[in-house]
Design a binder for this molecule. Structure first.
Ligand code: UDP
Length: 458
């Protein structure tokens, strides 16, 4: 039998492209051919960053379609990208599938779309192609989305998503504490935009239910309450390149691997790894508090400062800092994060708590210090600190900033005892059991693969 051909399409942001690319790499190992569809801008970035790593397996074909936007400025306007994508990409995706299926290539028999791209599932359905949705966030965030009608009925939010009062919910005992003001749509300052985002999420949650499979990068042991409430979400994680003994791909920036050599020279369990994912930025005063806090810990640190966060003022400050802390710290623009987190020198991860970073940290038994910015990061912090108890959050001062003293104190508290490390190692062991033979993620993934190999088009 010929290799089945699957089309994979991520939402065009870093935290979605990496895990979907990881899924694609796993599927190749099971005999699939993959067409991986990025927007044109993302496609270029992924190719550039791959240049230093050798090519991907040639059974993964990278292709691009336009996102409908003219400029980078437009891409930075909240909501613009999602709106343009919806207007332009469905037609382009359909064209692409028609072209492939009319060519000599193996026809596409399954579409795996990012959970945030419900329209891609619609396109697949319309073309009679089987479809699966892939959730890159915690299952808890989608469980909350599925609950929107109840939240409206219970008077917790309005019909446009506006929280009626500030309150904290917990949908099940092992689920995170969720403050209504942290709901993804509610953190948007502009009410008109909030309504658009809320409407799009409701529509998307409806479309996702049409998928034949709904899989996610999580495990039953991380989120038992969420999976009990929504058993249709099947965890297949943690998806990590190390599970395949391979490299992660899909990065938007080139990884600076020199930091691994630097880590080799540090004592075991000594280094604070500091990284805030692909979006988060700092004000200059906050940046300086963090720098001072790290210096005060007297511990080695590895800090990822993306090029786009080093504005004019920060650039000078960073240079000074680099000089001053040359023996204590290492600053890189983009790290091979999964490899860093598995390095024996790492003591803890000071993180913005993006879901990928969270999964990567707990899968390596690394305790966390939580510095969330927006969206699901606050729920993830609650998982880390309140439910799994493998990390600590920071207290903000009256101005909303995190002061250097607080940073130093929390580092000392986290690393001053073995409690957090022991819990993190115990959690890691349970997660690894999930992906091993007989584990629930392993079983879900195997069933998913079998289904893709055997089912006829719907
Ligand atoms: N990442 C990386 N190098 C870095 C910083 C981040 O490879 O220096 C990767 C990280 O391993 C994760 C992704 O970028 O897979 C970030 O996703 P996450 O959900 O944590 O945060 P987001 O960028 O979506 O806010």
């Amino acid at each position: 039998m010929a290799n089945p051909h699957v089309l994979v399409i991520p939402f065009p942001v870093q935290g979605h492209v990496i895990p979907l690319m990881e899924l694609a790499q796993c599927l190749v190992e099971h005999g699939f051919i993959i067409t991986f569809v990025n927007t044109e801008v993302t496609h270029e970035r992924v190719l550039d960053a791959l240049a230093d790593k050798g090519l991907l397996d040639d059974r993964i074909r990278l292709v691009a379609i336009p996102d409908g936007l003219e400029s980078e400025e437009e891409r930075k306007i909240p909501g613009k990208l999602a709106e343009a994508i919806y207007r332009v990409m469905p037609g382009k995706l359909e064209e692409l599938i028609r072209e492939i299926n009319a060519s000599e290539e193996e026809p596409i028999t399954c579409v795996i779309a990012d959970q945030g791209l419900g329209w891609a599932l619609e396109v697949a359905g319309k073309m009679g192609i089987r479809r699966a949705a892939f959730l890159t966030a915690a299952a808890a965030s989608l469980v909350l989305g599925f609950r929107i009608p109840c939240l409206i009925d219970d008077g917790i939010i309005d019909h446009d998503g506006t929280p009626i009062k500030k309150q904290t919910l917990q949908l099940a005992p092992t689920m995170p504490l969720m403050n209504t003001s942290d709901f993804v749509w509610a953190r948007v300052a502009n009410l008109a935009l909030q309504k658009i985002i809320f409407g799009a999420m409701v529509q998307n949650n409806r479309l996702v239910k049409l998928a034949d499979w709904l899989i996610c990068n999580s495990t039953y042991d991380l989120e038992p309450g969420a999976f009990d409430l929504a058993p249709e979400i099947k965890p297949i994680g943690p998806l990590l390149a190390s599970n395949r003994l391979g490299n992660s791909a899909g990065h938007f920036w080139m990884e600076d691997s020199t930091c691994l050599e630097w880590l080799d020279k540090q004592p075991p369990g000594s280094v604070i790894y500091v990284a805030f994912g692909s979006f988060a930025t700092f004000s200059k005063p906050q940046f300086e508090e963090l720098a001072l806090g790290l210096e005060l810990t007297n511990r080695p640190f590895l800090w990822v400062l993306r090029q786009d966060t080093k504005d004019g003022t920060n650039a000078t400050y960073v240079e000074g800092l680099q000089h001053k802390t040359a023996t204590q710290g290492q600053i890189v623009s983009w790290a091979p994060q999964q490899k860093v987190l598995s390095h024996p020198s790492i003591a803890c991860f000071l993180s913005h708590c993006g879901w990928n970073s969270t999964v990567e940290s707990v899968s390596n038994g690394v305790p966390m210090l939580c510095w969330p910015y927006f969206a699901d990061q606050f729920f993830n912090q609650s998982y880390i600190c309140d439910i799994w108890k493998v990390g600590l959050g920071f207290k903000r001062d009256a101005s909303g900033a995190i002061a250097h003293g607080e940073i130093k104190n929390k580092v000392d508290e986290l690393l001053g005892t073995m409690t957090f490390k022991e819990r993190a190692l115990h959690l890691k062991e349970r997660l690894m059991n999930n992906i091993g033979e007989g584990g629930s993620s392993h079983e879900n993934f195997t069933n998913f693969v079998d289904w893709m190999k055997t089912q006829k088009s719907s």
